[in-house]
Design a protein around this ligand. Sequence first.
Ligand code: SDX
Length: 425
Amino acid sequence: MSEVLTITDSRTNKEYKVEIHDGNIRAKDLRQIKVKEEDFGMMSYDPSFENTASCKSSVTYIDGDAGILRYRGYPIEQLAESSSQLEVSKLLIDGELPSKDELSKWISDVKDENNLPDEINNIIKAFPPNSHAMGALTSLEAALSTFYPNSKNITDENENYKSICRLIAQVPILAANFYRHSQGLSFINPDDSLDYSENFLNMMFNGDNKKMHPDLVSAMDTLLILHADHEQNCSASVMRNVGSSEPDPFSAVSAATAALYGPLHGGANEAVLQMLTEIGSVENIPAFMDKVKKKEVKLMGFGHRVYKAYDPRAKYLKEAADKVFNVTGTNPLLDIALELESIALSEDYFVARNLYPNVDFYSGLIYESMGIPKDMFTVLFTIGRTPGWLAQWKELLADKDQKIARPRQVYTGYNSRDYVNIEGR
Ligand code: SDX
């Protein structure tokens, strides 16, 4: 037997040897630990999965203490500086940087799916214009599945490739068309002569020079790269959980989008802008921080389950912000954001809890300065993250270790008890 963990159960004085693989144990090997033979056996109780590996993955690596993030081994810093969203999407999904020919075929295959079914555009127009963009997007992604019934054949690699291209191509179109609908504007068709991020901004702003400035296009592409994947975060875990029962990937992406919507996850970028607007001025920060320390409010855009150091993406977001503000003029809320960051990086309460700025802290300021409304911020996160969810989904389907996700529970309810008629209650 290779490396083992020896466990002695003080209830029975029995000793167990559990094999260690890659420094971990298989939770199912605990089931042999029983008091009585008929017992179910021991489980590990891990609410919110703080110490549970749900899968083996080679897509993304994070070292939270060192502030390291790599997609398929490539440091996020190098990809943010040198790559593009579509190239990073290909890297995440297939595992290698594409050759020149592979990249041009990939780009062409995605562009070939640059057309939403007309009925979907009619559904977009049926939403009240003031609907929250994330509620609409979640519904529209699921609705797309009804137009591609063959996408259910998830054992067919050609169908899966088509679904992947369709989702990467059409999520930005859903986003832009919903935005135009919410503003009472007509839809702008995708323009295949434009690159991915430029095409998205064009569908949003119809070639408005101020909003299509090359520096804004490049900042948008960098933002999408920075959001592309982040290993087993809440929404990626939902993508895997839902994917494990083998529905089509449009429905799984819709579920993952719903998870991302929450203010503790991708919805934090919108909550940050709300928070900065409510603080209103640098003078109001001390009173706000007192409320944070009293746990009356959270410091949105700060803290992370994994990073206990500066989120490496936040550094690039700050650089992208400078690039955008050079074009759009600075965002008046930036001074409040910078002062909040300076306090969080210096005051004991925040340092002791590793409350560093995360990916959501600066992104909202950038989106707002680009003329994107608050309720679209998490939609932008969704556009960036869709390739990562699809990479995780593809890896799940190929993993022979994986079956339908079905966790157990520690039951704390009543033992058996008899029904009581209403007269007797
Ligand atoms: C994303 O997982 C990912 O990778 C996600 C993501 C991705 O790319 O997919 O990186 C994207 O979701 C980033 C996170 C965005 N969310 C926010 O900015 C919302 C604000 N942040 C918090 O809600 C919180 O930090 C979480 C949810 C991000 C992480 O929470 P944890 O790991 O469950 O930490 P915790 O709640 O156990 O907090 C530990 C301590 C507590 O204080 P004590 O009880 O020890 O006194 O830190 C405090 C918390 O009260 N704390 C905060 C805080 N975050 C944690 N206090 C004030 N403000 C905060 N934001």
